[in-house]
Design a protein around this ligand. Sequence first.
Ligand code: HEM
Ligand SMILES: *[C@@H]1O[C@H](CO)[C@@H](O)[C@H](O)[C@H]1NC(C)=O
Ligand SMILES: *[C@@H]1O[C@H](CO)[C@@H](O)[C@H](O)[C@H]1NC(C)=O
Ligand SMILES: *[C@@H]1O[C@H](CO)[C@@H](O)[C@H](O)[C@H]1NC(C)=O
Length: 321
Amino acid sequence: MASWTALKICFLLFVCVIMSGSASTQQLSGQDYYARRCPKALETITAVVKSAVASEARMGASLLRLHFHDCFVNGCDASVLLDDTANFTGEKTAFPNANSLRGFDVIDTIKSKVEKLCPGIVSCADILAVVARDSVVELGGWGWQVQLGRRDSTTASLSAANTNLPAPTLNLSGLITSFSNKGFTAQEMVALSGSHTIGQARCVTFRARLYNENDISSSFATSLKVSCPSSGGNNNLSSLDVTSPTSFDNAYFSNLVNQKGLLHSDQQLFSGGSTNAQVTAYSKNVGWFRNDFAKAMVKMGGLSPLTGSSGQIRTNCRRIN
Ligand code: HEM
Ligand SMILES: *[C@@H]1O[C@H](CO)[C@@H](O)[C@H](O)[C@H]1NC(C)=O
Ligand SMILES: *[C@@H]1O[C@H](CO)[C@@H](O)[C@H](O)[C@H]1NC(C)=O
Ligand SMILES: *[C@@H]1O[C@H](CO)[C@@H](O)[C@H](O)[C@H]1NC(C)=O
């Protein structure tokens, strides 16, 4: 009897150990993940981001976007960084990425510095997560605790990049569906869209809004048409936040209230639908936006990471080892 009880306890302990083991292989670790593995990793990343953003403020926006385009396509695994080769097709030529994503050189600079410090330790996927946070902080936003411990993929998916990243032509229900496919609520989608308080977009992504839509401020449309004519100038850039394009603030939401969203998808968040009240609330209270944004970014950073023995730590973020 005593030995039977002992056996049951032993069995339960065994199950618990196995379960905690498998749970930890799917979960990320805290921000101290590299504290002993590569103590200077985070400060090295931050220093490169600081200098890149100091020489060009927009780079902070471009770096933030890289993490989003990584995570929404088969998880935060640095698949977005892989270059195409003769026998490998990556994600860089996908419609949302081609002629649009930037910042790859900054990631290369960071990677070569951390490889010198601690070869084979710091993943490209973790670099993207830290860089996204540091970019927001550099542009005046608040930081958050970044979860770490991701590993890098040995694959990429052009088709997933084409289907999983939301298009600027989507309406509100399309945006809600796109984010819900990744496990996000409509509220989290609105918070994450606040990323468009920094950075720029090409004329080709918002032209139809200037010439075909009514829910746009006429003075705003008129000024945008100068650099975004009805034909030509596809690559001419305008700020996503017309008010304060290099400050991570809540002006994006005030702009929406004033019908000054640049993209069709931006203005959809304040077009009389279910997200109107949240946009108004964020426009009035930057603290609410920043808190919700931070939480949603941590959640986004947790999308299907590779951990344990899955994937690899790439030596060069542009190619598999
Ligand atoms: C809600 C759905 C979203 C749509 C439809 C969308 C679409 C776009 C488009 C079309 C551009 C301009 C690209 C170009 O012209 O080359 C852009 C830029 C940008 N997006 Fe989004 N986006 C969305 C959500 C997000 C999220 C969730 C983030 C970050 C967490 C983000 C971060 C950015 C940033 C920072 C830029 C500016 C990049 C730069 O200046 O280099 N976007 N987005
Ligand atoms: C792709 O080609 C390179 C040489 O260009 C080779 O080293 C690599 O093994 C090839 N990869 C595959 C998956 O065939
Ligand atoms: C949103 O777009 C989808 C697909 O284009 C369309 O079927 C739907 O009717 C649109 N919804 C609204 C409310 O306009
Ligand atoms: C691009 O924008 C500039 C002004 O920023 C404008 O002078 C130029 O004409 C635009 N390109 C085209 C093709 O319209």
